[in-house]
Design a protein around this ligand. Structure first.
Ligand code: IPM
Ligand code: MN
Length: 355
């Protein structure tokens, strides 16, 4: 038996509980197969926490998160809570969790599986074979910058980065590039924003430590266009919180379905929060049709980054590929000849393959 792994499951709202059930299944399957000592706890975040505890995340859940090794999250938010002020919205729970636990490094891979490339709105040849990693700064920038204010006549936010914040996310990006194709594109808006000028300077400074990595800077408007035009020109992209948020949504469409994309948010010690890139999809919640693969691949990322069990991670990824190449699909990635499965059926199939 390995040393004990404490995992906190925060299903949240909308389709969150459905995809987390399948993540739970996969964790149990690998625990069984590899004889891992895993303890899973479950708790509330987002709208369901507002309904029960009048806050999107309680201090108790924050401290549970602090004492766990990794967190798997489904999603937060939905129409029911959309009219709350932004300080009380379900999203605030997620932002507080990211910030309080210092999960500053958000890794969002965009990998295009050949079986799902037909589900993208882009031409197959543009995206087939794509393997891109977006490294998004997650605990700074305009999301958290002070001061921020809204009055009846105007409103403002502050986009602020310290050199230290830029340096540590740059290092994660360069390290990631070193393990891949040694190409990094840093995305900013340095033709307009001072904060981007500093960003560029610090990325350049950091690059001196990584002479093997080919570094390029790109303005965010151009990067958005280039991602749609020729995404395979990129290997690793690093950007600030807001730009990374936007670019990673583009990244998701490059793969065929946002339902396939996992993410990891790591602190300095590789403790992590793992979640699908997709949201709570209220329109399909409770129908048993949501694609659980993004969350299942997030579980694979957890074993790789937090627990450093590469084999377990590879095994989960392999099981997913097997399901796809055997022609199984959830409705979001279905082709004309696919065998369509429900959320639960897809989770069970992948967990059978894992075992
Ligand atoms: C994401 C989401 C969140 C973000 C929201 C739900 C606060 O869009 O994880 O990309 O903007 O970071
Ligand atoms: Mn987003």
């Amino acid at each position: 038996m390995t040393k004990k792994m404490n995992i906190l499951l925060l299903p949240g709202d909308g389709v969150g509980p459905e995809v987390c059930n399948e993540a739970d299944k996969i964790i149990k399957a690998v625990a069984n197969r590899f004889n891992l000592n895993i303890l899973i706890e479950k708790d509330l975040i987002g709208g369901v926490s507002i309904d029960k505890n009048k806050t999107p995340i309680t201090d108790e859940v924050i401290s549970k998160a602090k004492s766990s090794d990794a967190i798997i999250l489904g999603g937060v938010g939905g129409p029911k809570w959309d009219n709350l002020p932004s300080t009380d919205k379900p999203e605030k729970g997620l932002l507080k969790l990211r910030s309080d636990l210092k999960f500053f490094a958000n890794l969002r891979p965009s990998i295009c599986f050949s079986e799902t490339s037909g589900a993208s709105s882009l031409k197959k040849e543009i995206i087939e074979g794509l393997d891109l990693l977006i490294v998004r700064e997650l605990t700074g920038g305009i999301y958290f910058g002070e001061p921020r204010e809204k009055s009846t006549v105007s409103a403002f936010n502050t986009m602020i980065y310290s050199k230290d914040e830029i340096r540590r996310i740059s290092e994660v990006a360069f390290e990631s590039a070193m393990k891949r194709n040694k190409k990094l594109c840093s995305v900013d808006k340095a033709n307009v924003l001072e904060v981007s000028e500093l960003w560029r300077e610090v990325v350049d400074e950091t690059s001196l430590k990584y002479p093997e990595v080919k570094l390029e800077h790109m303005l965010v408007d151009n990067a958005a266009m280039q991602l749609v035009k020729d995404p395979k020109q990129f290997d690793v992209i690093v950007s600030s919180n807001l730009f990374g948020d936007i670019l990673s949504d583009i990244g998701s469409m490059l793969t065929g379905s946002i339902g396939m994309l996992p993410s990891a948010s790591l602190d300095q010690n590789s403790k992590g929060l793992y979640e699908p890139v997709h949201g709570t999809a209220p329109d399909i919640a409770g129908k048993g049709v949501v694609n659980p693969i993004a969350t299942i691949l997030s579980v694979a990322m957890m074993f790789k980054y937090t627990f450093e069990l590469k084999q377990v991670s590879a095994e989960i990824e392999f099981a997913v590929k097997q399901a796809l190449s055997n022609g199984y699909a959830t409705q979001d990635i279905a082709q004309s000849n696919s065998k369509i499965l429900s959320t639960e059926e897809m989770g069970s199939l992948i967990s059978d393959y894992v075992q």
